[in-house]
Ligand binder design. Sequence first.
Ligand code: NAD
Length: 284
Amino acid sequence: MTAGIIDGRAVSQDVRAEVAREITAWVAAGRPQPGLATVLVGEDPASAVYVANKRRACVAVGIADLHRHLPADATQEQVAQVIAELSDDPAVSGILLQLPVPEPLDGKALVNAIPPEKDVDGLTAYNAGLLATNAPGLRPCTPSGVIELLDRYGVELHGKEAVMVGRSHLVGRPTARILLARNATVTVAHRFTPDLARIASRADVLVTATGVPGLITPAHVKPGAVVIDVGITRTEHGLVGDVEFDAVKDVAGLITPVPGGVGPMTIAMLLRNTLLAAQLQQDR
Ligand code: NAD
């Protein structure tokens, strides 16, 4: 059997087009244009590229680009002051602090200074708490992208065995919580899990986010399982995921490639979250 390939680029284009249509209708109804403030501290080249991509994607769907750039030597107070200004600015629907911030800034404290209704990355402790208690709120973008892919490919989660490999605040934990909220039976594995193959091969839906290339082999995959690879590692052969793709695609039923799987979904879900944030603020 050869797995079906999940086309994250195509799904992300669909989501972007839907968000663009919804924003057009939102503005046509006389409501204020949604705006995203990306906040970049310092000159890290990778962060600069990520932020530039987010800004471009915003403009393409009709979200105002309200970017702020601070120097690498900005103090905690200066960054907090910018976040406070953006928090009070009604033109700003969403605030995204690009992580990591330069040493010695405390990125976690700065993220938690973002008001929950403008936290389009879904990373504040408040929004993590809403997710943990299964209350509505802004969810982290990459986990939302994983679920969006599963939904668009008609993957049933209710009553299924799901295994999440990785337990980071950014990806693993929130993804596991969303899968649980969707009535999957969820196991979370991590670097201290012995015999990962035994655990992972139980999964009907296997999601991996470790950054360990080749971690997931055919021995980790139940025949016919859905395999979602969040991992992205830059190697001399280009970008690779956590999954031994060529071997695992002969076992899995559906699989995401790297690149072109989960990766493109993150920005698409950021755009969706920015619209959702504007709607949440309008409703208050
Ligand atoms: P992280 O380093 O914070 O967490 C990695 C997790 O993997 C940890 O929970 C750790 O316990 C687990 N782990 C490490 N080695 C393991 C092993 N041998 N067996 C089982 N578990 C193991 O990383 P993160 O921020 O969650 O990111 C994970 C990967 O996802 C990275 O490759 C990152 O680049 C990628 N990522 C992609 C996107 C995207 O597609 N847009 C977004 C975020 C992260």
